[in-house]
Design a protein around this ligand. Structure first.
Ligand code: PLP
Length: 217
């Protein structure tokens, strides 16, 4: 696997102001170290246990992004270990994050995950539930929302583009409103197969796994 080669191809394609996250789920320490040695500092994991173990063993300046479904009973373990929780998708999870981060007097940086395709199989909040979540976020003292994240439904380019554009519209609308605890710094969308399209539609944070590391087994 030519990690450096893949990274070079991708970094030539993406603008400088785009945050690139190497999705390292299921990848070994050695492989992650290779990417780190190529200059990658942002890594994405979707399992709490795996993130904790890797953050223990790997360089301390890595920024770990939690991109999977976050169970409420695991929140307490990731305080101070995670740079950005990308998968806030309910008021119940918000309350637990607020509670656990308060206990350690830390601030949680999070993205709201939107289930833009309203798929049963996917996590994320439906757009119609977003305002209710925002009201609760504004009451928090230990949570800062930094933007939105989504995983779009499988489909052709035309379908993908329509979901990306819908996300960009929501992100733009929220960007122009004033909230406590909420700023729209990041629009996290685009994976190995569609990051180029996502960037065209306004993404500024892409999450790429197989495109750098090769197929996961
Ligand atoms: C696995 C995963 C990715 C990366 O997917 P690839 O197809 O390997 O690029 C991105 N985002 C999330 C939330 C993931 O779970």
């Amino acid at each position: 696997m030519d990690i450096l080669g893949n990274l070079n191809i991708i970094s030539n394609e993406i603008p400088k102001d785009v945050t690139f996250i190497a999705v390292s789920k299921q990848q070994s320490r050695d492989i992650i170290e290779k990417a780190y040695d190529c200059g990658i500092k942002d890594f994405g994991e979707n399992k709490v246990q795996e993130l904790l173990q890797k953050s223990e063993e790997l360089p301390k300046d890595i920024r770990w992004h939690f991109i999977g479904h976050l169970q409420r009973n695991k929140v307490k373990y990731i305080v101070d270990k995670v740079y950005l929780i990308q998968s806030l998708d309910s008021i119940r999870l918000l309350s637990e994050i607020e509670k656990q981060f308060m206990k350690q007097n830390k601030v949680a940086n999070v993205l709201i995950e939107i289930n833009i395709g309203k798929e049963k199989s996917k996590d994320g909040i439906f757009l119609e539930d977003l305002e209710a979540l925002i009201i609760e976020i504004e009451k928090c003292n230990f949570v800062k929302v930094k933007g939105l994240m989504c995983i779009i439904p499988k489909g052709d380019d035309k379908s993908s583009e329509s979901y990306f554009k819908k996300m960009k519209d929501v992100w733009d609308i929220l960007s122009h409103r004033r909230f406590s605890n909420i700023s729209m710094d990041y629009l996290s969308m685009g994976m190995s197969k569609d990051y180029d399209l996502a960037l065209k539609c306004g993404s500024n944070m892409i999450r790429v796994g197989e495109g750098i590391f090769g197929k996961r087994i």
